[in-house]
Design a binder for this molecule. Structure first.
Ligand SMILES: Nc1ncnc2c1ncn2[C@@H]1O[C@H](COP(=O)(O)OP(=O)(O)O)[C@@H](O)[C@H]1O
Ligand SMILES: [Mg+2]
Length: 355
């Protein structure tokens, strides 16, 4: 079976069997437990899952910016450079020149909270200029002109004035736009956006998402969009990875995932998207909470919350991703031939929840 989502296209990022842990007090937090993610040139990849499922830690591994108590235990994060060379980011020193060139220059990140990316004591110009000078010293244009051009491109009105502002002088939405300008000004190949609009109000959220999508398409960037909101994924992504407790439990093209979700977790996530045409109905929620990542459940990690559990196999055996249709994979015994051969697996235990 071929686990590559698009075998004919060249990948830019290839995360293979990534395991990341944190040491906290005297516990080991199993944040990422064998993740495979591929991102192709120009593709918009969505990573979705509830809070605590390992989305941010996966993206931090990609940029080699794990907190000090975090460790990549095993796996690879490969990046294909412009000249075709392949670099395993996990092998680079986070502070090395090579890593700093990749981070920002090739793979740029926008965060949920722009104040975390900007220093409060420098102007927008100084901060964007620092990145440009490190990654892309402009030959033909002065740095100031280039920054004004990018600020205009992301929809900041009066960029000639905004360029000399301090971050706190801009509104939340404008700061987010300035952060996107800062990310794009270094001409990256990949844009990683981790919950980029969660802190914004709904109207601005939609505008910023649209801007990210436009920029991605216009500049031919690969986008890795991380969110807990499948509704956002529907508008933004081509291909989706659904994560639960540090594992990918389902992946496929966005239309396929919405038309025929296979994993009960994905089905629950879809059920909990607010529907504008049925505002009176109470939102469905997923039963229970994401368990503590220092005590992963046995078998399928989702089994304690699963409405479609089929028996002992779910409690004892960890399902692996299997192809359920072209390009669409799920890690669930409901859709696995192993279900047939496992003794003691019956239909009797299907748990139905009242709607
Ligand atoms: N610095 C840290 N120290 C200890 N545990 C952490 C740290 N950062 C993240 N974690 C844990 O790793 C798991 C995955 O976290 P995260 O990637 O932030 O989830 P998500 O982004 O999907 O909400 C969670 O259980 C979280 O508590
Ligand atoms: Mg997160």
């Amino acid at each position: 079976m071929n686990s590559d989502s698009s075998p004919n296209r060249e990948w830019l990022i290839d995360i293979k069997d990534l395991h990341v842990t944190f040491s906290q007090d005297d516990k080991t937090v199993n944040a990422v437990n064998g993740v495979d993610i591929r991102v192709h040139k120009g593709e918009a990849v969505g990573i979705v899952g509830e809070s605590g499922c390992g989305k941010t830690v996966t993206s931090y591994s990609l940029l080699n910016i794990l907190p000090l108590n975090g460790r990549i235990v095993s796996g690879e994060v490969r990046y294909r450079g412009g000249n075709g060379s392949i670099i395993d980011i996990t092998k680079l020193n986070p502070r090395s020149r090579e890593m700093r060139k990749l981070r920002g220059g090739e793979i740029a990140m926008i965060f949920q909270e722009p104040m975390a990316s900007f220093s409060p004591v420098h102007t927008i110009k100084d901060q964007i200029a620092e990145g440009i000078l490190l990654h892309q010293p402009p030959k033909d244009k002065k740095v100031r002109e280039k920054i004004i051009e990018y600020l205009g491109m992301v929809g900041i009105s009066n960029p000639e004035r905004a360029i000399d502002a301090y971050p706190f002088q801009l509104s939340g939405g404008m700061r987010q736009r300035a952060m996107i300008a800062m990310a794009l000004a270094c001409n990256p190949k990949v844009l990683v956006a981790d919950e980029p609009t969660t802190a914004l109000d709904v109207t601005i959220q939609a505008q910023v998402l649209m801007l990210i999508k436009e920029m991605q398409q216009e500049l031919g960037l690969a986008l890795v969009l991380i969110t807990h909101d499948l509704g956002i994924i529907a508008h933004m992504a081509d291909f989706v990875y659904v994560m639960y407790l540090g594992r990918v439990v389902e992946k496929g093209p966005v239309a396929t995932i919405f038309d025929s979700p296979k994993h009960p977790y994905t089905r629950d996530l879809i059920r909990s998207i607010p529907k504008l045409d049925r505002p009176e109905k109470r939102l469905a929620t997923i039963q229970g909470n994401v368990p503590d990542a220092s005590r992963l459940p046995s078998g399928c990690a989702f089994h304690p919350r699963c409405r479609e559990i089929i028996g002992e196999i779910c409690r004892q055996t960890e399902p692996v991703l299997e192809e359920v249709e072209a390009d669409h994979f799920a890690a669930c015994f409901l859709h696995s031939p192993k279900r047939e051969i496992e003794p003691g697996t019956g239909e009797s235990e299907i748990v139905q929840q009242p709607q």
